[in-house]
Design a protein around this ligand. Structure first.
Ligand SMILES: C[S@@+](CC[C@H](N)C(=O)[O-])C[C@H]1O[C@@H](n2cnc3c(N)ncnc32)[C@H](O)[C@@H]1O
Length: 289
């Protein structure tokens, strides 16, 4: 542990924020590597007498902050962690940093299934850090999940995240191309979720450096029109879903109506495009017949 007086800490904080960058990223860095929350820091402002202790020394935190400001490295890759819903997840440059809007997928599933404690089989295709599948497995211990990804490094991180999050054993991880690892589950899945790579080629080229230079291309690029993977997932879904099984996909902000039509063309019913926090049609859901 490293001790510092509260007054010294507050001066150090001021100096770091004066360098630029956004406050949210700065407090995320402090929370993920030093274990101190923004609320705790605000409390220090009210009572700045006394000492304060840190898990990491401030010079190390400052070097991470400088690296972030100079090179645009995402804070989450510097600290090696991100917070998503109530999970603290390991992340590295091998996995996408799970986004806040994706958290809504869990609410969509909970809305559909409620507190259904019946045994149900679900799959998360392209699990990355494991965020979606882990949140669902933890929320529903009676459900059996399988999470897949094409990248072995992602599978390794996702399995570590599951082990770190609980003692449950209701989630398995498999490496492979979309549906391929699920051959043994044909016609047996009650629910399939995917947040696949969906950024169109031209938009990918113009992404901000902190995304394009650090986050894996394989997690973002969805071919020329962004729909390459979405099409493949929807076309094959009827082979794997149970009758009345649900498919839930995240899509790019302007793909909602095309993805909806792809669901309908593949004999899905109850098809809806649901909005994210910004009112954008971000999720398409439907049932197989
Ligand atoms: C947009 S990221 C989503 C990651 C995670 N589910 C999330 O929401 O944060 C897409 C994921 O799909 C994986 N992926 C890309 N191509 C794939 C393929 N052909 N088969 C399976 N997974 C693939 C990537 O490795 C990446 O982890």
């Amino acid at each position: 542990m490293f001790y510092i007086s509260a007054k010294e800490f507050l001066l150090w904080e001021k100096k770091q924020l004066f360098k630029g960058g956004d406050k949210k990223s700065f407090y995320l860095l402090l929370e993920s590597i030093a274990g101190i929350s923004h609320n705790e820091i605000n409390l220090l402002r009210l009572n700045s007498e006394g000492d304060f202790y840190f898990k990491k020394n401030l010079d190390l935190i400052e070097s991470f902050w400088d690296n972030h400001l100079t090179n645009n490295v995402p804070i989450q890759y510097l600290s090696g962690f991100t917070f998503w819903r109530d999970l603290k997840l390991i992340v590295s440059e091998n996995v996408l940093i799970p986004r806040p809007e994706t958290e809504l997928i869990i609410d969509i599933v909970l809305n559909i299934f409620g507190n259904n404690s019946k045994k149900l089989v679900f799959a998360d295709l392209g699990t990355g850090s494991g965020a979606i599948s882990i949140a669902l497995a933890l929320a529903h211990p009676s459900w059996e999940g399988i999470a897949t990804d094409i990248d072995t490094n992602a599978i390794d991180i996702a399995s570590r995240n599951f082990i770190n999050s609980s003692n449950q054993t209701n989630l398995k991880f498999c490496c492979g191309h979309w549906w391929n690892p699920l051959e043994h589950l044909k016609g047996e899945l009650d629910l399939v979720i995917s947040n696949p790579p969906y950024i169109p080629e031209e938009i990918y080229k113009k992404l901000p450096v902190e995304v394009k230079n650090f986050e894996p291309k394989i997690a973002l690029l969805g071919g020329e029109d962004g729909l390459k993977h979405i099409r493949e997932i929807i076309y094959n879904a009827p082979l794997y879903l149970k009758e009345k099984g649900w498919l839930i996909l995240e899509n790019h902000f302007d793909q909602g109506s095309i993805v909806r039509q792809l669901f309908l063309d593949n004999r899905f019913t109850s098809v809806q495009v649901l909005k994210d926090f910004s009112g954008i049609g971000r999720f398409t859901i439907g049932r197989y017949k």
